[in-house]
Design a protein around this ligand. Sequence first.
Ligand SMILES: NC(=O)c1ccc[n+]([C@@H]2O[C@H](COP(=O)([O-])OP(=O)(O)OC[C@H]3O[C@@H](n4cnc5c(N)ncnc54)[C@H](OP(=O)(O)O)[C@@H]3O)[C@@H](O)[C@H]2O)c1
Length: 245
Amino acid sequence: MSSNNKKLIAVIGATGQQGGAVVRALQASGQFKVRALSRNPVKHRDLADEVVEADLNRPDTLQPAFAGAHGVFLVTSFWLEGTDEFTQGTAAVRAAKAAGVKHFIWSTLPDVKAISGGKFDVPHFTGKAKVDRVVTEAGFANHTFVIAPFFYQNLAGAMAPQQQADGFMGWALPLDPSVRCIHMGDIRELGTIVAGAFAHPDQAGHGEYLPLVGELRRSPRCSGTSKRIPTWVRSHATELRSQTK
Ligand SMILES: NC(=O)c1ccc[n+]([C@@H]2O[C@H](COP(=O)([O-])OP(=O)(O)OC[C@H]3O[C@@H](n4cnc5c(N)ncnc54)[C@H](OP(=O)(O)O)[C@@H]3O)[C@@H](O)[C@H]2O)c1
């Protein structure tokens, strides 16, 4: 199939971890033309087949950025100052609908508030979950939800080992040791799930929730100081550190 006949997918967050993984997986599949979206397209000219400006805080940029696209992948950046995930998500859904997008994929997280009966307030989870309904009710021909795990990449980046009380470098995570509660995974693998959903909307395009789970861990096995850090954490962190150097 020539590049002209390939379906075009527009990717928000293309310069980041989730969206970057999606861009690479879509390209590797050979089935899609990829439009990377960024607030600074000039800085990332070679990222994909097309690199176009889009800013979730400027809704007027979104419909042109989605024009002609068959599919849109959306991720929002909770931790970035000024981000309101519901407002941004709603703006993206409206613009995609107006642009005639057929398949919308939203990177969501579970509604912790509802699941815990109001006991826990985790805004970067629950805030994303609130967008799910907007996506569902928009009436796209196909829509899919993907759920990212706790990235292994955190352990070598934002949550890199710190010096512990005994002088060793290590990680300490405040988790209930009796509960297998933390889904971890290599975020680069999210791209394969998203590309698969775009390629098979018949199987994954009717509101399915597709979580990426590399493994489900209990806290004692993912905390400790350097001598006690389990092999799997050491090997992932070493691999990731060497890749990011
Ligand atoms: N870390 C974890 O373990 C974990 C687990 C599950 C979910 N998450 C969620 O993952 C999300 C972050 O994803 P990530 O790690 O892939 O992000 P990231 O690597 O920090 O990259 C952020 C991306 O968002 C884009 N962006 C930011 N603000 C934008 C705006 N106003 N308009 C358009 N694009 C914008 C940036 O593009 P430009 O700068 O090029 O515009 C960039 O590509 C967060 O919401 C977090 O809650 C994280």
